[in-house]
Design a protein. Structure first.
Length: 116
């Protein structure tokens, strides 16, 4: 008698463990030097990564004066610009919002209340 593959068990009769895939966020922040707007944008982006995204975030800060080729490749026309590269689709936010919670929503992340 053949066994149904859907009912197969792992080693020693245990069910295989299915782990939920946790997707890391990749954010790129393009700034122009060390201006006040640049510093504020860096602060808000770091708050977002530490708070709302609970450390599941990689933040790359790119100074367009130091790396103009990366700014051209990213098609950056104004600073500060925060780009959410992953998860897809790519989202861009130009300027610095007053609060990191607005930044969270502007980048297209689900609202806090939807997850609770």
């Amino acid at each position: 008698m053949k066994r149904n593959p859907a009912t197969k068990r792992g080693r020693a009769g245990r069910k295989p463990v299915i782990r939920a895939r946790v997707e890391k966020f990749l954010l790129r922040l393009y700034v122009a030097g060390t201006s006040r707007r640049s510093r504020d944008a860096i602060l808000r982006a770091r708050e977002l990564c530490a708070g709302e995204l609970r450390g599941q975030c990689t933040l790359e800060v790119i100074d367009i004066y130091q790396e103009p080729a990366r700014a051209r490749a990213g098609q950056i026309v104004a600073t500060p610009t925060l780009v959410r590269e992953t998860p897809r689709p790519v989202r861009r936010l130009i300027g610095t919002p007053a609060r990191s919670s607005r930044l969270y929503l502007a980048l297209g992340f689900a609202s806090k209340s939807a997850g609770q």
